[in-house]
Design a protein around this ligand. Sequence first.
Ligand SMILES: C[S@@+](CC[C@H](N)C(=O)[O-])C[C@H]1O[C@@H](n2cnc3c(N)ncnc32)[C@H](O)[C@@H]1O
Length: 328
Amino acid sequence: MATFSKINFKTLNYNSFRPHYPTSFYKILTEYATKGDLSKLPLEKSIDLGCGTGVATYPLLNTSKEVFGLDLSLSMIKTADSLIESRCKELGIEDLSRIKFRAGAVEDFLYTEDKSTREIEDGSVDLITAAQCIHWFKDYDAFFKNSHQLLKKGGTLSYFFYIDPVIVDFRVENGTSLSKEEKIKILRRSKQLYYDFVYNDPASWGPHWENPGRNILKDYCQEVNQSIPTDLYEDIKINTFLPDFETGNTLPDDSKELDLKKMDIPLNGFVNYLTTYSAYHSFKEATGDPNNSLEVFVKKLESEFGWDRNSTKVDLVWNTGYTFLTKK
Ligand SMILES: C[S@@+](CC[C@H](N)C(=O)[O-])C[C@H]1O[C@@H](n2cnc3c(N)ncnc32)[C@H](O)[C@@H]1O
């Protein structure tokens, strides 16, 4: 997964434009990891693989004494490191040595690194997380086997993801009121325009996704789930939430689903999120983006629907999923 490692990739934009996992999700994860017995907190050690700028790593400090984040991209790790002081302050944590980041590939760290020199011993980890990255890892059999070795007995392996936000509602400033059917027609069309722009149009970003990673994610990580070795893990919990404005099932139940949404944000917030797509950066690099593809897309939304990027407010809900496993 090369794009996020490029020196010019804007990791701070990534950190602010990407959705952050809600407290409700950490509650679900913590309940699973402690098997409902919160007296087991704090956990001794958690590690976050493919940690990026630390979006999912810092919150682990709420439940774990020591937290370690690993990422392939040096620029992501530099940003994660640069946030230690401010993020720990926000979390009320004084001992900054409780969190450490390191640049490196998961495959080197887990599968091949000399265990006598690796800073984390086998059988010592309570919780491993891999947020929005497992689709990039190689060799799932090796991943599950080596994660199993790193975990304590009864420890938790968890991976979770989000993909393709759906505009499930919108409000146009001074706009005429629309019937439910008229709204759904616009939402359906906006979804189609998004998919054409991001995946289907061969002249757009579609051919620039790195695969098999993106296709695994588009398939809600089923390929990863199918590789889970049931002789090594038990209590397997798999959950997905796919927003559907056609049926009205647009809001996840935050007590059991990874509830990722940005409500009532300007259309521009959606556009900013799109700038963090790896395919956007690969497309720009390959073609120079002579027509400013993203601008063309936004103008299309504005002209077709009478939207305005600053004043039109949208509700975005992501397709999400998670898998939790317990080491036997
Ligand atoms: C989409 S970002 C997710 C970052 C963060 N976990 C989050 O939830 O925002 C994917 C991250 O996985 C990292 N990554 C991809 N393949 C990796 C690998 N084989 N080993 C370590 N990190 C990897 C990338 O460098 C990137 O920072």
